[in-house]
Design a protein around this ligand. Structure first.
Ligand code: FAD
Length: 386
């Protein structure tokens, strides 16, 4: 059976769902209001992990997702988007140290790989770190964690979908959904085009609530912003993800680094052009914290600052799978999408095409929000321009 499916959004989720659908023989159109990987997937720290994720089912979903990245990278000879170099993390202050200890004990109890390192062991892994910036011991190491290059991942997944016959429509927002009873029949685009659909998958990231609204479904979102600082190439060797008290950093390919700190996320302010601006002192603060940790960074230049919007459903957990009241309308929306999307997107694709994935998807169904009541799609279908 070849089913016509419209996937809304070409970030990591839309690309993963589209690849999973075409692999199973569906006819797929991916529609994006902008460019592939131009949304949150283009402005993310993209650390692959299941560190401190609760409840247990969410932890297991994340672990399965890390394994899916590993498999996909292994079966793609020239795939270079996946980097499993491990993650180092330590904390300042009694409260933060107690939290880190509890997190490590929690994941160890779940059978996740984690161990404690001392300063000398960390310096063997990261020889260019300043020893004085490290505590003598109590540094957590998670060897199976890593990071993905999200643009490379989206490119690979969309190429898989295209080779399976998918079409990608860019720079054209979904502005309406034709809903007839308990079925979505078609998707309307800002360009005026109408795409008939046997099924629709909402992969609109931070805009997922607005797209759900077009279908008459109220999905609460509590998105937050994050600031990412991209450096120019540097000779300093950073080989893995590092979570230090005032800076998070990781390699970003070709000698570049990506720096982040939740301490400056609130500095991003809306700009006149519809984007965001980040004051220079906030950027300098993160670079200075990075330079204290890796003194060789003292001459590093900032290539770009991006602001990403974390797509966070109201209760913090992913929203995956079909909507009970509109069973051919599906969701693939979450924070931690860089970790989850390859695996979770494939689960969603399988369910769209009739496979039973209820065991995995049951904890994440949209229906847990449905007590917020149905809104009327008829008065919204043309009002939103993406
Ligand atoms: C600062 C920051 C740090 C993060 N760190 C991590 C991390 O370390 N590890 C991790 O796993 N995750 C992390 N995340 C989260 C992760 O990046 C996201 O969960 C993931 O990128 C979401 O992907 P997506 O495909 O759902 O959304 P997006 O990449 O935003 O894609 C959605 C697409 O939908 C399109 N769209 C929206 N509305 C419409 C419409 N009406 N019509 C057509 N198209 C539409 C948009 O143009 C966009 O391209 C982080 C996020 C941020 C912001």
């Amino acid at each position: 059976m070849v089913t016509q499916v419209v996937v809304i959004g070409a970030g990591v989720y839309g690309a993963a769902v589209a690849a999973g659908l075409t692999r199973r023989g569906a006819r797929v159109t991916v529609v994006d209001a902008g460019a592939p990987a131009g949304g949150t997937s283009g402005a993310t720290f993209s650390w692959t992990n299941s560190c401190g994720k609760q409840p247990r089912a969410y932890h297991e979903l994340s672990v399965a997702s890390m394994a899916a990245h590993r498999r996909l990278a292994a079966e793609t000879p020239r795939g270079d988007w996946y980097h499993e170099g491990g993650n180092l993390e330590w904390a300042d202050g009694d409260d933060a140290r107690a939290k880190l200890r509890a997190k490590v004990e929690g994941v160890l109890a779940y059978g996740y790989e984690a161990r404690w390192l001392d300063r000398a062991e960390v310096l063997r892994l990261e020889p260019e770190m300043a020893p004085a910036e490290l505590p003598p011991d109590g540094i957590a190491y998670f060897p199976r964690e890593g990071w993905v290059d999200p643009a490379g991942l989206v490119g690979h997944l969309l190429a898989t979908a295209l080779s399976g016959g998918a079409e990608v429509v860019r720079d054209d927002a979904v502005t309406g959904l034709e809903v007839d009873g308990a079925e979505v029949r078609a998707v309307r685009l800002a360009s005026g085009h109408r795409l008939p659909a046997a099924a629709v998958v909402n992969c609109a990231g931070p805009q997922a609530g607005r797209v759900a609204d077009l279908a008459g479904l109220a999905l609460p979102m509590r998105n937050t912003r994050g600031v990412l600082v991209y450096t120019s190439p540097t000779a300093v060797a950073v080989s893995r993800v590092v979570h230090a008290p005032h800076v998070h950093l990781r390699p970003d390919g070709h000698g570049r680094l990506l720096l982040h700190s939740p301490e400056i996320d609130d500095a991003a302010q809306p700009a006149a052009d519809g984007g965001y601006q980040v004051p220079r002192p906030a950027v300098d603060r993160v670079v200075e914290a990075g330079t204290r940790l890796y003194p060789g960074l003292r001459d590093v230049t900032v290539r770009e600052v991006r602001v990403g919007e974390r797509p966070i459903p109201g209760d913090g957990l992913p929203v995956l799978g079909r909507a009970g009241r509109l069973p051919n309308f599906h969701f693939a929306v979450s924070h931690s999408g860089a970790t989850l999307s390859v695996y979770a997107g494939d689960l969603v694709a399988a369910e769209v095409l009739g496979e039973d994935r209820d065991a995995e998807l049951a904890p994440y169904r949209f229906d847990r929000f449905d007590r917020f009541g149905r809104s009327d799609p008829s008065d919204r279908s043309d009002g939103y321009a993406g």
